[in-house]
Design a protein around this ligand. Sequence first.
Ligand code: SAM
Length: 288
Amino acid sequence: MSNQSGVLFIVATPIGNLEDISERGRRVLAEVDLIAAEDTRHSKKLLLHLGITTAMSSYHDHNENAAAAGIVEQIKQGRNVALISDAGTPLIHDPGYQLVKMAHENGIKVVPIPGASAVITALSAAGLATDRFIFEGFLADKQTARRKQMQALAGEPRSLVFYEAPHRILAFVQDCVAIFGEGRQACIARELSKYYETIKTDTLANLLSWLEADENQRKGEFVIVVQGSDEIFEDGEEEAIRVLKILLQGHPVKQASTLAAEITGLKKNALYKLALDLHKQNQGDQST
Ligand code: SAM
């Protein structure tokens, strides 16, 4: 038995197109002593394609604790282990958290091998803001709970990323229209990297009509990106208007918005836009 601990590799695998495995990922999978896979039968196809014969063990949601302890023990004995999931990056809405946590707790080196993940792949092509985003994964199955979750995100300014299953995609987009509004921009990214890959960005209302009109667009795997809310003021708009109206009586628009930002703590750019609107309105009122 070796006294030197092995390494835990977290290896991203393709989300559809088998060419999307990295050279490094392929090498690590071939070189490790064991591959812990979410579904060994599923991953066998990938390993066969890659010509890899490394032994596999199963690591999934239902045996996570026991399997993690077993794997950690093996690594402590000097074996190198790679964790893979059915598709994409392990732990991104896939099993692995317990194992990585336990590895850290046991001083085991964890080496991630980056690669595909549906969330990042969709964001890269959606044509929506990607500087800040929130990944929400799958929302609740039941409509009431799902709408409640969406409601809590309605004022969120960052882009929202969801995963969704084909049997719920229509209901999901219907709920998006009801909660985020018809005019909000969104992207439906379907079957990424696969034959039927479709990436469509439009208003939620148009996306819903498009899905309703074509049953084929409701098949496969989905990522939905919804543009963040541009309601910059949320609860503070009334107060902003009150303060700006007073300030505009004695100050030009720019100065009024700077002062209003200091008074209210709200964003200067947004206040400037609002001040311009109020100023124009004011001029309109005076000329009539
Ligand atoms: N670990 C994976 C990753 O890194 O993206 C995600 C696994 S999660 C259990 C599976 C979900 O990811 C699917 O139901 C779908 O929402 C999304 N997904 C996975 N592959 C996809 C693809 N090729 N196109 C669109 N969405 C995909």
